[in-house]
Structures are given as structure tokens and as C-alpha cells.
Design a protein around this ligand. Structure first.
Ligand SMILES: Cc1ncc(COP(=O)(O)O)c(C=O)c1O
Length: 465
């Protein structure tokens, strides 16, 4: 695993070899709160003192927890918890204390665990040495934070096919490009739009392109590196919504040359309430704090207006007591995934996905939704409709009759889902498709038996068997 020095834990990383750690580095107001410099050996974290160590525990860290008899095919909404996350939380539970705010052993260990989680997540995302890794609540929170951190006058460009989390945070005036019919079409459309925008807006106006890595409706993978190249060619930055991509494929900021990335812990086998925005430091350090409060300040004056000196770095946007358990759980999963054979995981998932899609294609009344060609690269997400059947009714029947959990609706991507439903009806030549869809999504705990049971259930429900 590549080791990355992050802005906030520069001293933590640097001190690993030196054997002591100064947690006041990086603009965190620990010294002000605690009245001193905290020191501690990072080794303390891993020496059985209750804070998770990489690779500790029995069993495969990427096994997922589940309820016997219940088949979860709803990973795209929320993935079940990985053993790595559960173990990390269990080990920390007896030991936790305040983060960045105390001189006691529990507090120091918690601070180290929190910053180590930041490092593990940053390594997993391939952040550059001078990027920030900010803990948030989820992808929605991360993109809202970025929206608030944009320099004044920034123009934003998105596609109509985005999840609401990557459509709604951007201010009025954002350019929304039509959903393209191929990855190449997306690159060409962005190139044309940015050339025009640059001409209209002038050479110095900041521009941000905000795109998804993989669609939560179709699973189709977007050409992220090519879009980033085009964005940079026109002097724009690119933010990647990797909520659906990161659980399935490697996301390396440096290699993709992406400026910002947003992820959710609960889609990455960690619990709810933790997310990350990682990327370029300059806009984040220049922006007003996302949350104002303790932990985000260097000093607060006595005057009536409380002149505040805000911290730089992640602390600037992380005011308040942080979600230590979420961060530690996410860090543990990221470390486990970084150690895993991602190519083998990808191949296994693609085999399951092909089994699922082939099986669906064999059912006469089932129609799959797609934006790109049927063989375009995709992650393990499939949305479909059963002609003549209400999608909520289908999802309910799968749950009640077959113990299979799927999602139904428009998947918080209403413009895209509506459009794809219309296109699916035209492609299939049917006028009896329902107005919402069913989504099955697979992940680390999915087996061929799960897929087959869904196919059998659908065949039974549609009368094909
Ligand atoms: C592509 C995509 N982006 C963003 C989000 C929002 O994630 P969260 O609800 O964790 O903020 C989702 C959630 O489904 C998603 O699929």
C-alpha cells in the first residue's frame, strides 16, 4: 500500500519512524483546548491497547455480516458491514475518549486512531501529498461541503444523469448537460460545453465539473480519466462522485488526475454517518468553515464579534466532536480493500453480474434500464422493470415471499430514471412498463445462489416458471 503524507497528519506520518507524535500539527486547535502538545507512540495504537491494527482478528476482513435466511441485493443503497469494520469498532469501544481534545490516554489513542483512519482512507483513494482528506457524514454532505467551498463565481457543469446528491447542491446557473448515449459522447459533450463556457465566462473564472464514477441506476461506469483530461484542458477542475464506484473499483485520485472525490462509508461496508471529501487543499483552505465551532479554530477573540482565526486543513471543516467510530470503521475497510486482490474481486463480481443480467434477459417480461450500449463496462448494479407490474409490488413480493431485499423507485436520480424508463419502453416496444423501477445490486457477500434465487423468484412472479 502506498504511504501518503496528509496535511493533518503530516507529523503523525513523519513521527512513525521517529517514534513520537505531535498531534497539534496541521492547524487542529488541540493545543488551545488541551493546553499542550500531545505525544504518544503510534505503536500504542496497534499493541493490543484496544485500537484496531491492520489485519487483526479472525476471518477474512472482507467477509460481510448478514442475517441468515435474508438475501441482500441492495448494496447500492447501503452495503452490509464488513468484518474489518465491525472488528475495528469492537476493539475501540472500551477505549474511546475525546478526539483532538484531551491529554489522557484514551483521548490520545482516539486521536491517533482517527488520524490513522484518515491516512488509510487517503491511501485507499490515492490522494496526493498536499490533498486534504475531510471526514463528513456521507457523499451528499461531501458534495455540499465542496459546493460551499467553491471560489466566488465558480461555474459548475454536471450531467442530467447524476444522483440528486450531485445535482442539487450546485447553485442555480449550473450547466446541466443532457445524458449522453455513450462514454465517448460524454467526453465530447463536455469538451464542447467547456469550450463554450470558457469563451463566455472568460479565462480566469473557476469551473468545476462534477460527475459520477458509476451510475446508481444502471451501474454503468463513466470515463472519469478522460473527462478529467478534458476538464483540465479547459482549465476546469473535476469532482468525482465515487459513492458507487469506490466499493467496486479502484479509485486513485492521482492516477485519474481527479481534483476531488466524495464517498460514503455506508456504501463501503462501514456503518452510517461517515463520508469523505478528499482533494485539492487551496479551495478548501480559502473557504469559510462548513461548520463553525470548536475544533475548527486556532483562536477566538474576546471582542463582541469574536474575531476568529480558523484552522487550515481538514479541521477547518470538521468542527464539533467527530464520528470516531465511523472514521475508524471506514479506515479499516479501506485498509482491508487496499490489501485485497481487487482484480480478483472485480472478476468475481463481473461473473455474478453477467449471471444476473443474462438471467434477466431470458425473462420475457423483464426490461433492463441502460444509458450506454448493453456491453458497456459497469459495476454490480442492475435496474429493471417487470412489464405490467408495479415495481413496489414486485419489491414487496420479493421481500415477503422470497426474503430478497432490493430497492424500487427512481433511486434519487429522477431525471435519469424517468428518461431511461421511457427509452426502455421504446426499445422493448411495450406500453405496459410501470413508472418506477426495481434495482438489484451486488457486493462482497453476494453468491451465485443469491442471484439464482432472485431469477427464480422473478420467473415465478412473471409466470415464466
Ligand atoms: C451515485 C451516488 N451519489 C451520491 C449518493 C448519496 O449518498 P449518501 O446518501 O450516502 O449521501 C448516492 C446514494 O445512493 C449515489 O448512489
Amino acid at each position: 500500500m502506498r504511504s501518503t503524507t496528509l496535511a493533518t497528519c503530516r507529523t503523525l506520518s513523519g513521527a512513525t519512524s521517529a517514534g513520537s507524535t505531535d498531534l497539534t500539527a496541521g492547524g487542529v486547535d488541540t493545543a488551545a483546548t488541551c493546553g499542550g502538545t500531545l505525544t504518544g507512540r503510534p505503536d500504542d495504537v496497534a499493541d493490543g491497547a484496544g485500537v484496531p491494527a491492520d489485519g487483526e482478528g479472525d476471518g477474512d476482513p472482507l467477509d460481510v455480516l448478514g442475517v441468515p435466511g435474508q438475501i441482500n441485493l441492495d448494496y447500492a443503497a447501503t452495503a452490509p458491514c464488513a468484518r474489518a469494520a465491525a472488528d475495528a469498532v469492537a476493539r475501540l469501544l472500551p477505549w474511546y475518549g475525546s478526539v483532538h481534545r484531551g491529554a489522557g490516554a484514551l483521548s490520545r489513542r482516539s486521536t491517533l486512531a482517527y488520524e490513522r483512519a484518515r491516512q488509510d482512507v487517503g491511501d485507499f483513494l490515492g490522494v496526493r501529498a498536499d490533498d486534504h482528506v475531510v471526514f463528513t457524514r456521507n457523499t451528499t454532505d461531501s458534495l455540499n461541503l465542496l459546493a460551499r467551498a467553491l471560489p466566488p463565481g465558480t461555474r459548475v457543469v454536471t450531467f442530467d444523469g447524476e444522483h440528486h446528491a450531485n445535482l442539487l447542491p450546485w447553485a442555480a446557473g449550473a450547466v446541466r448537460l443532457p445524458v449522453p448515449d455513450s462514454p465517448g459522447g460524454a467526453v465530447r459533450a463536455l469538451d464542447t460545453a467547456l469550450r463554450q463556457l470558457r469563451r463566455d465566462a472568460g479565462g480566469t473564472t473557476p469551473i468545476l465539473v462534477a460527475v459520477t464514477g458509476a451510475s446508481n441506476v444502471t451501474g454503468e461506469i463513466w470515463p472519469v480519466a478522460e473527462l478529467a483530461t478534458v476538464a483540465h484542458h479547459h482549465g476546469a477542475r473535476l469532482a468525482l462522485d465515487a459513492a458507487q464506484l469506490a466499493p467496486h473499483a479502484e479509485v486513485d485520485l492521482g492516477a485519474l488526475d481527479v481534483d476531488y472525490v466524495a464517498i460514503s462509508g455506508h456504501k463501503l461496508y462501514a456503518p452510517f454517518g461517515i463520508g469523505v471529501l478528499a482533494g485539492r487543499a487551496d479551495w478548501l483552505d480559502a473557504a469559510p468553515p462548513y461548520l463553525a465551532g470548536g475544533g475548527a479554530t486556532l483562536a477566538v477573540g474576546d471582542g463582541p464579534h469574536h474575531d476568529v482565526r480558523w484552522a487550515d486543513g481538514p479541521a477547518r471543516h470538521e468542527a464539533g466532536t467527530p464520528n470516531l467510530f465511523g472514521a475508524v470503521a471506514l479506515g479499516a475497510v479501506c485498509a482491508a480493500l487496499a490489501r485485497a486482490d481487487r482484480a480478483a474481486l472485480h472478476a468475481r463480481e463481473q461473473t455474478l453480474l453477467a449471471r444476473l443480467r443474462d438471467g434477466l434477459a431470458d425473462l420475457a417480461d423483464v426490461v433492463e434500464l441502460r444509458t450506454f450500449a448493453a456491453d458497456a463496462p459497469r459495476v454490480g448494479i442492475v435496474s429493471f422493470v417487470v412489464a405490467g407490474r408495479d415495481s413496489t409490488e414486485v419489491a414487496t413480493a420479493l421481500a415477503e415471499g422470497w426474503q430478497i431485499g432490493v430497492r424500487d423507485g427512481l433511486f434519487c436520480a429522477h431525471p435519469l430514471a424517468r428518461r431511461l424508463l421511457g427509452e426502455a419502453a421504446a426499445r422493448a416496444g411495450r406500453d405496459d412498463l410501470p413508472p418506477t423501477a426495481v434495482r438489484a445490486s451486488i457486493g462482497l457477500g453476494t453468491t451465485p445462489q443469491h442471484v439464482d434465487r432472485l431469477l427464480t423468484a422473478l420467473a415465478t412472479l412473471t409466470g415464466a416458471r
